[in-house]
Design a protein around this ligand. Structure first.
Ligand code: 5RP
Length: 222
């Protein structure tokens, strides 16, 4: 199986995983990226079985609406039955690096509200130690250089993602050369830097379940 086929297999597994949890008034959180896109496309089949979705990006909102799925503002929603999204890396504790698609802040907000975070990923995303994938950090534009200097003090090598503006109007620093042995501590250290909006480290609120696409089948990891 190629990578796209593995992504499709985990998207299908997520559909099967969430279907029994959906009720007529359920609102679902939906993520961003190519794996999430496969999931969104399959979600169209279930559109009469739940009330609507909250999207973690404008791109995903557009894709959901095109399928006739109602997209709601998170502020009008009390609870999300689940949040389904991809990841750039996952370790065995289901701490994640996310934000390759620059949607990390909204992803973090939607994940925080969801009762259950269902992560879907192909096996290339499974790692022993997080950090080979450069850690995205969303930053207020005027704080970019200051935050970059502070990230160097934390041991990283930040690179400005040129030409990218997030849905929130901010910029992204991709932090290379991190071997993230204590994800929760690093998440806290980056969060407290003035000018940081969010990091793509999902450790304090990691995934609750990972559906990992392997050539031999989808593995469910808690
Ligand atoms: C977007 C994300 C994505 O979930 C992550 O980049 C994985 O993307 P893909 O499914 O395309 O490999 O965090 O901000």
């Amino acid at each position: 199986m190629n990578q796209d086929q593995l992504k499709q297999s985990v998207a299908r597994a997520a559909i099967e995983y969430i279907t029994p949890k959906l009720q007529a008034d359920s609102i679902l959180g939906v993520g961003t990226g190519s794996t999430a896109n496969f999931f969104i496309d399959m979600l169209g089949e279930l559109k009469d079985q739940f009330a609507g979705a909250v999207a973690s990006s404008d791109a995903s909102a557009t894709r959901l609406k095109a399928l006739g799925i109602e997209v709601l503002d998170l502020n009008s929603v009390g609870e999300l039955v689940a949040y389904v999204d991809g990841a750039d890396e996952s370790n065995a504790q289901l701490a994640l690096i996310k934000g390759g698609g620059a949607a990390l802040t909204r992803e973090k907000i939607v994940a925080a509200v969801a009762r259950e975070f269902v992560c879907i990923a192909d096996e290339s995303k499974w790692v022993d130690v997080l950090g080979s994938f450069p850690l995205p950090v969303e930053v207020i534009p005027m704080a970019r250089s200051y935050v970059a200097r502070e990230l160097v003090k934390l041991g990283g090598s930040p690179v400005y993602r040129e030409g990218v503006v997030t849905d929130n109007g901010n910029v992204i620093l991709d932090v290379h050369q991190l071997a993230i042995v204590d994800p929760k501590q690093l998440e806290a250290d980056i969060n407290q830097l003035t000018g940081v909006v969010a990091s793509g480290l999902f450790a304090r609120r990691g995934a609750d379940v990972l559906l990992l696409g392997r050539a031999e089948g989808v593995e469910t990891i808690y």
